[in-house]
Design a protein around this ligand. Structure first.
Ligand code: GRF
Length: 214
C-alpha cells in the first residue's frame, strides 16, 4: 500500500490536524500532508503546520465576493499537489458543488455529534439541553449539504449527569483525535473505499471503547 497524500483544510485551533501529524510522526499512519489551507488568518493550526515544515496557505474568504471564487482559489491550490484525500478538520465554510465535484469521493469531514443527529453548530449545548445519554463524533463524506454526506464511521461516549459543555468538549476531542487518524489509516490501507460518492467496505464503529465494523 502506498502512502496517502493529504490536503487538510482548517479554520481554527487545528487539534485534529495535530492528531494526524502525530500519527504520521509516530509511524502509525503512512501519509504525507502536502498542504494545509486556512480561511482564517488567526487559525493556530497554521502555526502547527509551520512547525512541521508543512506548506500552509491562508485563503481568506473575506477577500472574495462569491463563494465559488473562494472555492476556485482553493481548488487551484490543491490541484497543484494532486492529493488523494481532502480532510476537513474544523473548516468552518460550506463548500459549493463546484468544489465537491472537483474532488469527488475525496473529501471527508469530522463532525462533533452522532450524525444525522445535530448537524451544524452548538452540538454539545444541544446534547446537554436535551439530556442525551450518548454523544459522539462522526466522520463522513462531504456533499453539498450541511454535515449530510454518507457516514464513514463514528465513535460514541456516555454523557454523565455531571458533564458540562466544557467537559463534553474535552471528551469529544479525545474521540476525534483517535477516530480521524484511524479512518484515514483504513482508507490508506484500502479497508474503506470511497467511490461514486458512497462508502464501500466496512464502516468503523466504536462504542464503549470497542472498535468493530458493520
Ligand atoms: C472539531 O470539534 C470538529 O469536529 C469540528 O470542529 C472542531 C475543530 O477542532 N468540525 P480543531 O480545530 O481540530 O481543534
Amino acid at each position: 500500500m502506498s502512502e496517502i497524500s493529504l490536503a487538510i483544510l482548517i479554520s481554527g485551533n487545528g487539534s485534529n490536524l495535530q492528531a494526524i501529524i502525530d500519527e504520521i510522526e509516530s509511524g502509525k499512519l503512512d501519509a504525507s500532508i502536502k498542504l494545509v489551507i486556512s480561511n482564517n488568518s488567526d487559525a493556530y493550526g497554521l502555526q502547527r503546520a509551520q512547525k512541521y515544515g508543512i506548506t500552509n496557505i491562508l485563503i481568506d474568504h473575506k477577500n472574495f465576493n462569491e463563494r465559488e471564487d473562494f472555492d476556485q482559489k482553493i481548488i487551484e491550490k490543491i490541484d497543484k499537489y494532486n492529493v488523494d484525500l481532502i480532510v476537513l478538520a474544523g473548516f468552518m465554510r460550506i463548500l459549493s458543488s463546484k468544489f465537491i465535484n472537483a474532488f469527488k469521493n475525496k473529501i471527508i469531514n469530522i463532525h462533533p455529534s452522532l450524525l444525522p443527529k445535530y448537524p451544524g453548530l452548538d452540538t454539545h449545548r444541544k446534547v446537554i439541553e436535551n439530556k442525551d445519554k450518548e454523544h459522539g463524533v462522526t466522520v463522513h463524506l462531504v456533499d453539498e449539504g450541511l454535515d449530510s454526506g454518507q457516514i464513514i464511521g463514528f465513535m460514541s461516549c456516555e454523557v454523565e449527569k455531571t458533564d458540562t459543555e466544557e467537559s463534553i468538549e474535552t471528551k469529544i476531542h479525545k474521540l476525534e483525535h483517535y477516530l480521524y487518524p484511524a479512518i484515514i489509516r483504513d482508507i490508506q490501507k484500502g479497508k474503506i473505499h470511497l467511490k461514486n460518492n458512497k462508502v464501500f467496505h466496512n464502516k468503523i464503529v466504536i462504542k464503549n471503547g470497542k472498535k468493530y465494523f458493520n
